[in-house]
Unconditional design. Structure first.
Length: 369
């Protein structure tokens, strides 16, 4: 049946779809390259003395970039100051708040998997509700959503996709989870399943808003669930943002022409590219962490491995973290310690309003590349 983007796509084909691609030579070649790159990336994380230290930093960049895909922007300053402060959520810039909610949803979903939670609609709903800070659920049975081009785009206001009516959502999601869970019935490579299921989830469009962000979190959690990565730290949103037009063209190509191959190749190349880039970032942070530790120990007699790891947890910290690690509560002693960290260019002080932040410029340079 010919697709009409002005009518609800109620006849979305159920999964499995595109399984024949696993016999395509070009797909298989790229699949091997992507799987190898992903394995190297995960192995590098596992060799770190404190994986969560670096994973948290990368997860924040993933969160920031994921919301940028949907034209929500915040600055590094606003983001890291919000993380490092005890500022109340009401006072956080709305765009910054969106990033923080994405990160919280990602880590909450990961924690659920660690506790034995399955990939299902309840997990997806939890992720959505955290992202949007809402108690709303899936689209209602009568819900009809129309996705139009933005005012800054070519042909603004034009309809580009009409998802299925809300009444179709439960059955379509049930089919999606069965496809992802049952590897005996659907014995397809998990990376291919991720590519295929990402399109399917975006096409189902189960929520009125936030579908893209929820779908990108599900991508990472699926890779964890299938044992391909141990931590949800793959920086995939950067690749999507840098190739945003191809990303949306690939999705629409399936809907309009059933062109799965272009989409799957795009996503597999993204996994390879992202694995290599994130791996390089991890190596850079790891190398800089060791260099800073040696520099600190050489010049500051009280400098410790614990403090060194703490200042590489995130680029902006407050004096309280130094006090907590060193056990020094005296204002005079703490001021002296912070002055030494500045003197030897380990941290740089920056005043923002009535607060002072201490910035790890070496870490900022690596994660900002």
């Amino acid at each position: 049946m010919k697709y009409d983007r002005n009518k609800p796509y109620n006849n979305i084909p159920l999964l499995p779809q595109a399984d024949a691609l696993q016999n395509d030579t070009e797909i298989l070649h790229q699949l091997v390259k992507s799987a190898r790159a992903l394995a190297r990336f995960d192995g590098n994380i596992l060799r770190l003395p404190n994986p969560n230290m670096l994973v948290n930093t990368i997860a924040m960049q993933e969160a920031k970039t994921s919301v940028e895909i949907e034209n929500i922007f915040t600055t590094e300053d606003e983001l890291y100051q919000a993380i490092s402060s005890n500022i109340s959520p009401e006072k956080v810039d709305p765009s910054t708040k969106e990033v923080l909610k994405y990160r919280e949803a990602l880590w909450a979903g990961f924690a659920q998997l660690e506790n034995g939670k399955q990939m299902d609609s309840s997990l997806l709903l939890q992720i959505f509700q955290q992202i949007k800070e809402t108690t709303a659920g899936f689209r209602s049975p009568q819900s009809k959503v129309v996705i139009k081009r933005g005012q800054s785009e070519f042909k603004p206001g034009e309809t580009i996709y009409t998802p299925p009516n809300g009444a179709r959502v439960p059955a379509l999601l049930e089919n999606l989870w069965e496809y992802l869970k049952d590897d005996d019935k659907y014995p397809i490579d998990p990376l291919l399943k991720m590519c295929i299921s990402h399109y399917q989830l975006e096409a189902i469009h189960p929520f009125t808003d936030g579908n893209g962000r929820a779908g990108r979190i599900i991508n990472l959690l699926l890779l964890v669930n299938k044992g391909l990565i141990t931590h949800p730290a793959l920086y995939l949103s950067k690749y999507i943002l840098e190739n945003k037009a191809d990303y949306y063209d690939g999705l629409s190509g399936i809907t309009q022409r059933n062109d799965w191959k272009t989409w799957v190749l795009f996503m597999l190349k993204g996994i390879e590219s992202t694995s290599n880039q994130t791996n390089a970032m991890i190596q850079g942070i790891n190398s800089q962490t060791e260099s800073t530790l040696n520099h600190g120990r050489k010049n500051i007699k009280w400098y410790t491995k614990e403090l060194n790891e703490a200042i590489f947890t995130q680029p902006y910290i407050k004096s309280g973290l130094v006090s907590e690690i060193t056990g020094k509560t005296s204002r005079t002693t703490l001021t002296k310690y912070l002055s030494e960290l500045e003197k030897y260019q380990i941290l740089r002080a920056k005043k923002a309003g009535n607060q002072v932040f201490y910035i790890n410029d070496d870490l900022m340079q690596i994660i900002g590349d």
